[in-house]
Write a protein that binds this ligand. Structure first.
Ligand SMILES: Nc1ncnc2c1ncn2[C@@H]1O[C@H](COP(=O)(O)OP(=O)(O)OP(=O)(O)O)[C@@H](O)[C@H]1O
Length: 283
């Protein structure tokens, strides 16, 4: 029996009676000949922080893009708030996306606009609110990330950590129901990292959000996650609350959570026979 099927049985136990915001079923997705997901099932509970972790290149960002409707699965379904994301019209998808805040590692600020204008940008794009209301909302979002005083700075004047907090204020500008974070801690010094970790946790509580965090930073992420999925080679290989994950006897989970070089996670990207390759022979 495939692991994902086994996990789906446990999953229904884990989330029995829980309010599930995102439900992924039997999801299959390939990039060319490479099968990234092979029929995975995941549930994301509403109002909680769920971490998605796993080795590099395993498909975590791809999963966020499938949830956000930027990519279309080969088979299976992604339901967000009861809507089948890939059965929506473009207009409906646009509406749904407004309710999904996204903080991607590469999601840079608009360099020609001030901090204030960066946060105001989605409000100006998606609403017809009067300027006085936009000002109030922007200041509230900047206050929430501790940067109200930095409103007049330009992105070039911000530290990396401040820039990410402004991006976070922009991601919550439209009061989304959820936020997808892709590697929010990458490149941060320990203090900025601590600030971001606390901010993600506090915003989730205060704004009643649902957060999904894709991250390699095991300690920080596990510290605020209510639930963790570990994915590898197209399947869910570990799942549970941080306590269960920490005490898992699965070699996959142990290798990843403890950063061990040796274990079941392969070091090499799938490749043809090495000797034949060096000799230039067809494999
Ligand atoms: N635009 C693309 N075209 C083709 N292949 C892609 C594309 N984007 C990603 N891939 C491949 O899909 C696989 C999954 O990529 P993805 O970025 O989702 O992994 P990840 O788990 O987020 O990795 P990392 O932790 O290193 O960010 C990788 O093998 C990657 O090479």
């Amino acid at each position: 029996m495939r692991d994902s099927v086994v996990y789906s049985r446990h999953m229904s136990d884990d989330f029995a009676g829980a309010d599930v915001l995102i439900s992924i079923r039997d999801l299959t997705f390939s990039r060319g000949p490479r099968r990234i997901f092979d029929g995975i099932d995941l549930d994301i509970p509403r109002g909680k922080i769920t971490a998605i972790m796993g080795p590099s290149g395993t498909g975590k960002t791809t999963l966020l893009k499938l949830i956000g409707g930027q990519l279309r699965p080969d088979a299976g379904t992604v339901q967000v708030a009861g809507q089948n994301v890939h059965a929506l019209s473009l207009g409906q998808l646009y509406e749904l996306r407004k309710r999904m805040g996204m903080l991607f590692q590469t999601g840079a600020l608009l360099t020609d606009l001030s901090v204030f204008e960066n946060v105001a940008f989605p409000l100006r794009e998606h609403t017809r609110l009067p300027e006085s209301m936009i000002r109030t909302l922007v200041l509230m979002k900047l206050q929430a990330v501790g940067l109200r005083g930095a409103r007049d700075l330009m992105p070039a004047q911000l530290s990396g950590g401040m820039a990410r907090r402004v991006a976070l204020a922009r991601a919550i500008a439209l009061d989304p129901m959820m936020i997808l974070y892709d590697e929010p801690f990458t490149g941060q010094d320990p203090i900025s990292m601590g600030v971001l970790v606390k901010l993600i946790h506090d915003l989730n509580e205060q704004l009643g959000l649902t957060s999904i965090i894709v991250s390699h930073d095991v300690k920080e992420t596990a510290g605020i996650a209510d639930y963790i999925y570990l994915i590898s080679e197209g399947r869910v290989v570990g799942r549970g609350d941080p306590e269960r994950i920490a005490h898992s006897d699965s070699p996959w989970v142990g290798q990843f959570m403890h950063g061990l070089a040796d274990g079941p996670v392969p070091f090499h990207y799938p490749a043809s026979d090495y000797a034949a390759d060096l000799l230039g022979r067809p494999c």
